[in-house]
Design a protein around this ligand. Structure first.
Ligand code: MG
Length: 504
């Protein structure tokens, strides 16, 4: 047991926790396999296995003796920060699981693989009705989760708090209310000034998948994805999964056209992976050995994808590699490549959206989810409302379900309440940029061009990653950045970046 954990009660808790950790390790591997290589027809058996193991893990967590140990430890005043973190995370987890009936846990776990399969097929065939009955069941179960956990103000509250400790529907409402007013004017201004293009001709070009893979490998090497502690696979929806600190895997999706999509999605997932990879080794096998919340997690992926990946410095760094590796898509110059990866326009697909319009995609999903969980609308209303809200916030409407309501994997996994964390992360990523620059007295561009990308990784490790879930998100942010989430940094970042095109 690591030196961070000295308290005898905490040590006993951690030793019992090993079983839960191992079950969650196995579940992650099964999840990864399900979304990558599992034969399609294995889906039903996988559903049963995942549900049974989830219920088993829950039994260990809710074991009376285990809870008693955690309760006793929570009364101790001599615990260090790491020990307190372990107890905080376990108490949260116990509370959540204790309130939700086992049958709901089982049913949700049981239906997810089948729902995932149905979603893949529905999206491929552009047929919402294939997915609809599964989504109805899932929404019904998630409504039960919310009712079981309970809330003071809004049934969506327990769901957002589950993904982002301390977040409430009201806080998201307030955040989005001001953001909503700023997105359209920012996009209009950028479009009017015409320095950044709305479209780029390279977006229309097919690429060679093997070349794309080769470039992605080089780029992952450049940003520092460590050999031997992860792997890159393919899946219908890109994701990162940590089996532990030393096995953090990412996936990429190759659609064959518009090479910036797989490139930036790989850099995005790398940002998630790096968080897990840089958690302090002393926290291994404990409940705090992973990223603290999905918002903070997403700040890491968005930071690497946008703040680093779409910067002048990064394009300067990678242009040679791009030119040498990719013969199927030829930018005319570094400036041309920079403009290609920084087009700005209202679009249909969230994961491919530019950083200026991105949050509008999240606002649409948040509004729909909130109404869904509050029984104001039903699953059958989603396609039409989706189109209406896209028209309202982005001025575009999807011609197909695949490019609309079926585009994201999350609902098939029961992940409702998750989307707001994408905006939290996007806003935070800009806040992190200014914090890194303040401390280094250099811009991100200057750091990259000085060959000091490792200094960025190290800053993230020291300020954020190494703590895992030791501190709640807001405490971590105050320690790392000197303040909690402040959306003004994002607005400033967009205004600064898009008012000028750098000289190459
Ligand atoms: Mg992400």
């Amino acid at each position: 047991m690591s030196e961070y954990f000295q308290n005898e009660l905490v040590k006993e808790i951690l030793s019992k926790y090993r079983t839960i950790w191992s079950l969650s390790h196995a579940l992650s591997l099964m999840e990864w396999d399900m979304e990558t290589y599992m034969p399609r027809e294995g889906v039903n058996e996988r559903g049963v296995a995942i549900a049974e193991l989830s219920v088993l893990a829950r039994k260990h967590l809710l074991d009376e003796k285990f809870i008693e140990l955690v309760d006793r430890a929570s009364l101790r005043e001599d615990l260090n920060d790491y020990e307190r973190g372990v107890i905080r995370v376990l108490k949260r987890d116990i509370e959540w699981n204790r309130k939700i009936p086992e049958s709901v846990v089982y049913e949700l776990a049981r239906i997810r693989p089948n729902a995932h399969e149905a979603w893949v097929e529905a999206k491929r065939k552009n047929d919402f009705n294939i997915f609809k009955p599964y989504l109805e069941k899932i929404v019904d179960l998630v409504r039960k989760v919310s009712e079981s956990v309970g809330y003071d103000e809004h049934p969506y509250d327990p769901l957002v708090d589950h993904y982002e400790e301390g977040l409430t529907t009201k806080k998201v409402d307030e955040l989005f209310a001001s953001l909503k007013l700023k997105i359209r004017p920012m996009v209009d201004k950028i479009t009017r000034e015409g320095k950044y293009p709305k479209h780029h001709k390279l977006e229309e070009l097919a690429y060679d998948v093997n070349e794309a893979k080769a470039l992605i490998n080089r780029l992952l090497n450049l940003v520092g994805y460590p050999e031997g502690r992860g792997r890159v696979d393919e899946s219908p929806h890109p994701f990162t999964i940590d089996l532990g600190r030393k096995d953090v895997r990412i996936t990429v999706r190759y659609e064959g056209k518009d090479i910036k999509r797989p490139i930036y999605s790989a850099i995005h997932e790398f940002g998630h992976a790096l968080y897990e990879l840089q958690v302090d080794e002393n926290l291994e096998f404990t409940p705090v050995a992973r990223g603290v919340s999905l918002g903070v997690h997403e700040s890491q992926s968005r930071f690497w994808e946008n703040i680093v990946g779409r910067s002048y410095g990064f394009i300067k760094l990678i242009y040679g590699d791009f030119e040498r590796t990719i013969t199927s898509v030829r930018p005319e110059s570094p400036l041309d490549l920079y403009l290609y990866v920084n087009t700005v326009r209202p679009s249909l697909i969230r994961v491919d959206a530019d950083e200026v319009t991105y949050n509008a995609h999240i606002i649409v999903r948040f509004e729909l989810e909130k109404m869904l969980i509050n029984n104001e609308i039903e699953v059958g209303d989603l396609p039409e409302l989706w189109a209406e809200l896209y028209e309202k916030y982005l001025g575009v409407a999807p011609p197909t379900y695949s490019e609309g309501v079926l585009q994201d994997v999350h609902w098939s996994g029961g992940m409702i309440g998750y989307f707001p964390t994408y905006s939290i992360g996007t806003l935070l990523s800009a806040q992190i940029k200014y914090a890194v620059e303040r401390e280094h007295r250099k811009s991100i561009d200057e750091i990259l061009l000085a060959g000091e990308i490792g200094a960025i990784r190290n800053w993230l490790k020291e300020r954020i990653h190494r703590f895992g879930s030791t501190y709640p998100p807001n405490v971590l942010l105050r320690k790392a950045l000197g303040e909690e989430l402040n959306p003004e940094y994002f607005i400033r970042y967009i205004e600064e970046k898009y008012s000028n095109v750098p000289e190459f």
